[in-house]
Design a protein around this ligand. Structure first.
Ligand SMILES: [Zn+2]
Length: 315
């Protein structure tokens, strides 16, 4: 048992329950919001998000990890309002996305750590809502000079606070392994890291390379069937369970109640089941059909999330 940071106060890890480990209440560009008043209808978005989170709650979800990084528009006031109104535990993140932001270039890793650590120890954007997880990302560009710095920032923040790391990767270019290399160089216990977006591949041997080093892996894009259909994602999980890896798998959708990268209707058309409800409604029954036991489902949805967040202050 441990106390960890939730957006509405401390959460006892024993009370995390069914946890979706990688979701987004809102992804919306701060600059576009500032420049164009109609870019985001704040109140309409909150109403919609509360409905989505409540629907997950009705299906047994008790905790949602919001992994929106600062530079994808993390808005703590909206995250808190939604958590409060939907009465669901929400854990927010600190950290940066993989994009090569010009303003990142001139700053040393340790100066960025100094800046971000206050999100974990004091609160985000002047509120008392503290970050409970560290987000970082590596995508198709791989570990560039700037990306290495971002991974170092995440590693050092983690070592200073004991708060776990959860990543975005591009599994097809195997960036998860490259992230593990940088974290290992920085002295991170790889068992405190979730390597994300591993559910986008059927390459079980590659996933085992990540698992063998002790990290959790995120089978966390259920609903993005155009990247890999649900049935294939489920088969990979069933196979990993058969091979004895159930203790290192976590489930989620990477779903956004709103994402401003595309017009809303395009998102709905492209990924109609990409909501917080898809795992309870469709994925869990499909896992059972593939022979995954209820005990293993509980391990992935309840016990593993708890284990990710426990063992604070291990350094
Ligand atoms: Zn995400």
């Amino acid at each position: 048992m441990a106390k960890i940071n939730g957006v509405l106060g401390e959460i006892d890890t024993a009370r995390l329950g069914f946890t979706l480990m990688h979701e987004h209440i809102l992804v919306a560009n701060w600059a576009m919001r500032q420049a164009f008043a109609g870019w985001l209808d704040r109140e309409a978005h909150i109403r919609h998000a509360v409905g989505e989170v409540r629907a997950a709650k009705e299906r047994g979800v008790t905790t949602l990890v919001d992994l929106t990084p600062i530079n994808l528009g993390r808005d703590i006031d909206i995250i808190r309002t939604v958590a409060e109104r939907a009465e669901v535990q929400v854990i927010a993140a600190t950290g940066f996305y993989w994009t090569e932001e010009p303003w990142l270039q001139g700053w040393e890793a340790d100066r960025l750590v100094e800046l971000l650590i206050k999100d974990i120890t004091h609160g985000i954007q002047g509120t008392s809502a503290k970050a409970g997880i560290i987000k970082c990302a590596t995508d198709r560009l791989g570990v560039t000079e700037l990306n290495r710095k971002l991974l170092q920032v995440a590693a050092r923040l983690h070592r200073a606070t004991g708060v776990p790391i959860s990543t975005h990767t591009d599994v097809h270019t195997q960036t998860g392994v490259a992230q593990q290399d940088v974290f290992a160089e920085e002295g991170v216990d790889l068992g405190r890291v979730v390597i994300g977006h591993c559910g986008d591949t059927e390459d079980v041997e590659h996933l085992e390379k990540i698992l063998q080093r002790g990290s959790f892996i995120g089978m966390d894009r259920f609903g993005l069937d155009f990247m890999l259909p649900m049935e294939k994602r489920v088969s990979v999980i069933a196979e990993l369970c058969r091979r004895g890896w159930v203790g290192q798998l976590v489930l989620s959708h990477d779903s956004c109640c709103h994402i401003d990268w595309f017009p809303v209707e395009m998102v709905r058309q492209l990924a109609p089941r990409w909501t917080f409800r898809h795992i309870p409604d469709d994925v869990i029954p499909a896992l059972r059909r593939e022979g995954v036991t209820d005990e293993h489902i509980r391990t992935m949805t309840v016990d593993n999330p708890r284990r990710v967040f426990e063992r604070q202050g291990a350094y």
